[in-house]
Design a protein around this ligand. Structure first.
Ligand SMILES: [Zn+2]
Length: 491
């Protein structure tokens, strides 16, 4: 039972793990997730690296959930010749369509923009083509097999695969993979048991090895009630300054959690009713999937949906469909909440709102999700006096609020609760920064568990002895480019 990770190894993005499993039918190669690297040029450059394995020799691909950093390189895999099935849950397939089409559109738009700029500078030849386009996504979607059901075992490439609820975003699953001699759990991303809309993760069964995400393995989230109080306080404070309130929002899960929270706070009178603009076509599309799969959500939201209510619609909500209407918002007078993507502010409609409003002291920027230190959002959170947006240096005059508790990721208590029912497995750490994993290993040891950091691209024997002190030989800890404690939320 071997694994080689080509993403989310010592970082939180680009999830892609190649499993080599011994089965009665021989060796099988199963790829778990095929995500895009996001969050700054250095990481994103890795999206252009060739796949370091024979794509056509894969027996199957399984997706844990539809976040771009778990599905965003799938069209590349198909471009390079993969023609097999891609298994996932039905909500994951529905959301993956939205996510991948948006990703292709952004890449093509980014390419055209870079090309126009490069032409003016005579550097046209340096512009890289888009990673993939819409037709590649359609070829990818045709391979999706949305047959995985929570709690039901399916045989995939001679391996028994049982997905279970991960409680992270709509449709998210962790996987139990069983061969004749071993049981492995691949956690995917695990949910914060307190936050928002998803049912809690199902306690996992005993296993020989667990590959577990560690995004927030070194901290405990604030109680949900405190997060709500903090958010409503920031909103009331912002409304008093009479300017725009910008909420950069990831389109899946965070947008729906924030819409639902705004509705509750305004309906209860805790926050005055001011206009809310949802300036994200992708979030609008994703919200429709939450209606479609309403049975998956926590009982109050599920029941509201069943009774014909819209739990994601504050009474002052305006949906902004076109980019022309989005531009017109720049001339809108008076206080208003603008929710726009993307969540780390590295692209999308939030950028022109920031360009127009970030310099004004009356503006409030409320950050409700994870900001990679090298992203635009990360630089603002770290206190940069000015930032470059759409080719222009913009002063940061706005008040910046960071609300950490909306995270859709498990914290240390959640992760320990997850591991609590797995017996004494060998625990392999992925999807986290090295400093966070270093802090988590002794916590695991106190519970009698051996924890090891999965090396970037290196092959590990999941049932083998692991590494001394949990670290693979030659692991160089990258210098911190920001204070991880300032990175909030988590996707
Ligand atoms: Zn995720």
């Amino acid at each position: 039972m071997k694994m080689q990770s080509f993403g989310a190894a010592q970082t939180v993005t680009g999830s892609m793990h190649l499993l080599t499993l011994d089965t009665p039918g021989g060796e099988r190669r199963v790829l778990i997730d095929c995500g895009l690297f996001q969050g700054g040029d250095d990481l994103e450059a890795r999206n252009r690296e060739n796949f370091p394995f024979d794509v056509s020799a894969l027996d199957a691909v399984i997706l844990t959930h539809a976040h771009l950093d778990h599905v965003g390189r799938l069209p590349l895999l198909i471009k390079l010749g993969y023609r097999g099935a891609v298994y996932c849950t039905a909500p994951t397939a529905a959301l993956a369509e939205t996510v991948l089409l948006d990703s292709a559109r952004l890449q093509v738009e980014g390419y055209k923009q870079d090309l126009r700029r490069a032409r003016r500078q005579g550097r046209e030849a340096e512009v890289l083509p888009p990673l993939y386009e819409e037709e590649d996504v359609h070829r990818t979607l045709a391979l999706l097999r949305p047959h995985l059901e929570f709690g039901e075992t399916t045989r995939i490439a001679d391996v028994r695969v049982t997905p279970q609820r991960a409680g992270h975003i709509l449709g998210s699953a962790y996987l139990l993979l069983e061969t004749s001699d071993a049981r492995l759990i691949m956690s995917g991303d695990l949910g914060n048991r307190e936050s928002g809309l998803q049912l809690d993760f199902t306690p996992p069964p005993a296993a020989d090895a667990v590959v577990i995400e560690t995004t927030y393995a070194n901290r405990t989230h604030k109680p949900w009630a405190n997060t709500l109080a903090e958010f409503s306080g920031a909103l009331r404070d912002s409304i008093r300054s009479n300017g725009k309130i910008l909420i950069p929002t990831f389109a899946i899960e965070r947008a729906q959690v924030i819409l639902h929270t705004l509705k509750e706070l305004m309906d209860s009178g805790e926050v005055p009713r001011i206009p809310v603009f949802l300036d994200s076509p992708m979030a609008t599309r994703a919200t429709n999937e939450y209606f479609e799969f309403g049975d998956e959500l926590v009982p109050p939201v599920r029941d509201a949906l069943q009774s014909g209510e819209d739990p994601f619609r504050p009474s002052t909500l305006h949906v902004v469909p076109t980019s022309a209407e989005s531009q017109r918002l720049n001339r809108y007078d008076g206080p208003a909440i603008i929710m726009a993507g993307n969540g780390m502010m590295t692209g999308g409609r939030i950028q022109h709102h920031l360009k127009h409003h970030l310099w004004k002291p009356s503006t409030n920027l409320i950050i409700v999700s994870y900001q990679s230190p090298s992203s635009l959002g990360g630089r603002i959170v770290a206190g940069a006096p000015s930032v470059r947006i759409m080719g222009e240096e913009i002063a940061v005059g706005a008040k910046v609020h960071t609300i950490g508790g909306f995270s859709a990721h498990a914290d240390q208590d959640d992760l320990l609760a997850f591991l609590g029912t797995t017996g004494k497995p060998h625990v392999w750490l992925v999807h986290g920064e090295v400093s966070v994993m270093d802090a988590f290993i002794p916590v695991l040891e106190q519970r009698g568990l051996k924890g090891d950091i999965v090396p970037d691209r290196g092959v590990v024997d999941l049932l083998g002895p692991g590494f001394p002190q949990g670290r693979p030989a030659g692991l160089v800890v990258p210098a911190q480019t920001g204070d991880p404690a300032r990175a909030v939320g988590g996707e």
